[in-house]
Design a protein around this ligand. Structure first.
Ligand SMILES: [Zn+2]
Length: 453
């Protein structure tokens, strides 16, 4: 047995038994045991969290890094620094917005190559399902992607075309054979096309115009189709960035019937409300859109009852001029919100106000996202036994701060969270027992590329 080399202890450690005073013993980067607060073995380095919370590093399975090919939008270096500063120790990169898109084995190799030496946190990769690439899926899976993403509507970039139901009837049986998860951007074009025609007359600076152009029906129909395909093909399905509350009843029903379907939502759908978004404020544009306050509260109810499984950022940056800030044109601005660094305080601010606990937070931000990508043994919880990586964040849940561009570490600082007062300050982030972020300072890069095993 190797000796314990690091102890992180505090009065509020989130363990499988609850939130309690404890010492987390770390041996060679793994959590070897969880002991009583007073137990600090001789020779071990001691980090005192005092009254701050000690919890698992966050897992964010929905991040658009965009490298290679669109590194001027965001890259591995900047994205993973932002992650470390936000207490996130694992991200999973989306297969699109990089060039090439991760839809072939060759492209996956380029992606992994591009990440070398730049990772401040551990990073896994999604592959993509596009029309005609069924023969690549097994190769991508064997190479180590954690699962596959598809779009049912134009993705925003031409090199990642969306699939039709017919394409999915070809691809999903192959994914079912592999045992792979399919994650889906669940909006179908029909209702959007119909609304866009009538919206073309309306003022493009108005948020209302944009909201009407991406109606709930587009999500509702897409979710219904994916439930049918899940049932027909036995392929595991996950709905990304779910926004429409009207689709929650069928999701709830599908889960109750035993189908392997899960769903996530994002901080912006849980924090903002359409009624408050000023005209021309294109930093709020994302697809599907931020909807009404009443919709937001139903998303919270769905988190409460487990219909929505977890919350990830959908960090999706672009150069500031693509947001068309001068025109304020919602219809032509790039859709995407950058919040990789802010997920913990946004969700804590909103969750605490609704009576949720830090254990709920760990479930939504750490444990369930890790489970989604098959990393639940090594990531997403502080548990003893030597299997779990010592990925830990220490943060203060009582302190507040104001979001300003100067505190953000992702490449472009445009964000709708500017000026927001949030609760929860990340103090220290540890990756496999090594400190990677300490009160504004970075150490590393110590991150690794993660491959499905
Ligand atoms: Zn996304």
């Amino acid at each position: 047995m190797h000796p314990v080399d690091l102890v992180i202890r505090g009065r509020r450690v989130v363990t499988p038994h609850g939130v309690e005073p404890a010492s987390v013993h770390i041996t060679r980067g793994y959590i070897s045991s969880i002991s009583i607060f007073e137990d600090v073995p001789d020779g071990a380095e001691l980090v005192e969290a005092h009254d701050s919370v000690v919890m698992p590093g966050l897992v964010d399975t929905h991040v658009h890094v965009n490298e290679p090919g669109r590194t001027e939008w965001e890259g591995f270096e900047t994205a993973t620094r932002a992650a470390a500063a936000g207490g996130v120790t694992t991200i999973v990169d989306m297969p699109l917005n990089s060039v090439p898109a991760t839809t072939t084995h060759a492209a996956f190799n380029q992606k992994v190559e591009a990440a070398q030496g730049k990772l401040h946190v551990d990073t896994g990769f999604w592959g993509g399902v596009v029309p005609g690439n069924t023969s690549e899926l097994r190769k991508l899976w064997d190479a180590g992607v954690v699962g596959f993403k598809c779009f049912l509507i134009h993705s925003g970039v031409d090199e990642f075309p969306n699939v039709s139901e017919r394409d999915l009837r070809e691809a999903m049986p192959e994914l079912a054979r592999l045992g792979a998860l399919l994650i889906v951007h669940a909006e179908v074009p029909g209702p959007v096309d119909a609304c866009c025609q009538s919206a073309s007359e309306a003022p493009a600076r108005s948020y209302e115009t944009f909201l009407r152009s991406r109606p709930r029906e587009a999500e509702n129909e897409a979710v219904a189709m994916m439930i049918d395909l899940c049932r027909a093909t036995s392929c595991r399905v996950h709905v990304v960035h779910h926004s429409s509350a009207d689709a929650l009843p069928i999701l709830r029903q599908a889960k109750a019937s035993g189908l392997t379907i899960t769903a996530e939502t994002c901080p912006h759908y849980l924090h903002f409300a359409a009624e408050d978004i000023p005209d021309g404020a294109t930093e709020f544009k994302c697809c599907p859109p931020i909807r009404e306050r009443e919709n937001r509260e139903q998303l919270w109810d769905a988190l409460r009852d487990g219909t929505i499984d977890f919350v990830v950022s959908d960090h999706s940056p672009c150069p500031p001029d693509m947001k068309l800030p001068d025109e304020g044109d919602f219809m032509n601005a790039w859709g995407g919100i950058s919040s990789l660094q802010l997920r913990l305080p946004i969700i804590w601010t909103e969750a605490a106000a609704r009576g949720f606990t830090i254990e709920d937070l760990v479930k939504w931000l750490c444990r369930e996202p890790a489970r989604q990508v098959g990393l639940e043994i090594v990531k997403g919880s502080i548990k003893e036994g030597g299997d779990a990586d010592a990925d830990i964040v220490i943060w203060n849940p009582e302190r507040e701060f104001t979001v300003e561009p100067s505190i953000l570490h992702h490449r472009h600082k445009v964000t709708p969270y500017n000026g927001e007062v949030l609760r929860g300050v990340v103090e220290k982030t540890f990756l496999r027992g090594q400190i990677v972020y300490d009160d504004g300072r970075f150490y590393g890069p110590y991150g690794r590329a993660l491959f499905r095993t």
